[in-house]
Design a protein around this ligand. Structure first.
Ligand code: PBG
Ligand code: ZN
Length: 336
């Protein structure tokens, strides 16, 4: 049967009907909030991030305060990033048991009900800004880097982290981290792998946020080429075989095909990362009046519709700041 018997507009006629037949929805539970911790900040200081309007670098106390508040509002999970006072060629602050991320993991597990996830990488901690250990030619050494990533993961596990999220894109890191965790007794610490992580300009505001831009060259010898789709499926397959508990696709909006492909093919918990550049681009457009806030909602719903089970997004902070007493889910629906 076709037109005129079939009329697609029937179910679009009123808001009640539209709501009834809506296929996708967003809740605060869907989100993981990325948080930037800065070791140099004291007391309850926070510092605005110029490249990400509405986002901050937090001291330990400021982070714990703000995240406790978000947790009370209904947020379930956070992803931690550290900006250490001291950087060196081995990124040693990353696996210091007294590091900023380790301290905040401890506090959050003591004082909140949040699922605490920590990004495992070296670029925020190395003086050269690359995601691994370099040889004399400035090439990132894969197998050497695995030892350091494993040390970082075990140190976070010791602090009580629920899940580690390796974002370096070295080959074999999920397996290396799994066996390091297991041999240290952390058999229940999960691994959420950034399996399909593309080499993207959309990370630029983040690198400003945590001062992690590579001092020379770029990340093309380890992060994925934006031209490739099949390669993403191979990356994901390998990470599953090495023991990944959940898979991250990153960035999100320019890679919806990858999110959908990964979810359909592997049926794994699939997390999309709406990265800093996606955030800043939209915030700028909204703040300058070019787009209304519904554009934010539209990107998030498209990411969920593509198959993401969870979304890592800075918009959690942006949206909660605008709540003004209303429930988050009412608010996000009001954006629509
Ligand atoms: C660290 C890391 C990056 C992001 C998450 N983990 C930056 C990079 O790889 O250069 C990007 C996050 C964002 O842009 O929001 N490797
Ligand atoms: Zn990195």
């Amino acid at each position: 049967m076709v037109f005129p018997e079939v009329r697609m507009r029937r179910l679009r006629k009123t808001e009640l009907l539209r709501n009834m037949f809506k296929e996708t929805d967003l809740y605060l539970d869907d989100f993981i909030y990325p948080v930037y911790l800065k070791e140099d900040l004291k007391y309850d200081d926070k510092e605005a991030i110029g490249s990400m309007p509405g986002q901050y670098r937090f001291s330990i106390d400021a982070a714990v305060d703000y995240l406790s508040y978000l947790n009370k509002m209904g947020l379930k999970s956070v992803l931690l990033f550290g900006l250490p006072s001291h950087k060196d060629e081995l990124g040693s602050s990353a696996y210091d048991d007294n590091g900023i991320v380790q301290k905040v993991i401890h506090r959050l597990k003591d004082e909140t009900d949040l699922v605490v996830i920590a990004d495992v990488c070296m670029c925020e901690y190395t003086d050269h800004g690359h995601c691994g250990i370099l040889n004399n030619n400035g090439y990132v050494l894969n197998d050497e880097t695995l030892k350091y990533l494993s040390r970082i993961a075990v140190s976070y596990a010791r602090a009580g982290v629920d899940i580690v999220a390796p974002s370096d894109m070295m080959d074999g890191r999920v397996g290396a981290i799994r066996s390091a965790l297991d041999s240290n007794g952390f058999i229940d610490t999960g691994i959420m792998a950034y399996s399909a992580k593309y080499c993207s300009e959309f990370y630029a505001p983040f690198r400003d946020a945590v001062d992690s831009a590579p001092g020379f060259g770029d990340r093309r010898s380890y992060q994925m080429d934006p031209c490739n789709y099949n390669e993403a499926l191979r990356e994901v397959k390998l990470d599953i075989d090495e023991g990944a508990d959940a898979i991250i696709v990153k960035p999100a909006l320019s890679y919806l095909d990858v999110i959908k492909g990964v979810k359909d093919e592997f049926k794994m918990p699939t997390i999309a990362y709406q990265v800093s550049g996606e955030y800043s681009m939209l915030v700028n457009a909204v703040e300058s009046g070019i787009l209304s806030e519904s554009a934010i909602w539209e990107t998030l719903i498209s990411i969920k519709r593509a198959g993401a089970d969870k979304i890592i997004s800075s918009f959690v902070g942006f949206m909660v700041n605008r709540l003004d007493g209303s429930e988050f889910s009412d608010f996000i629906q009001s954006l629509e």
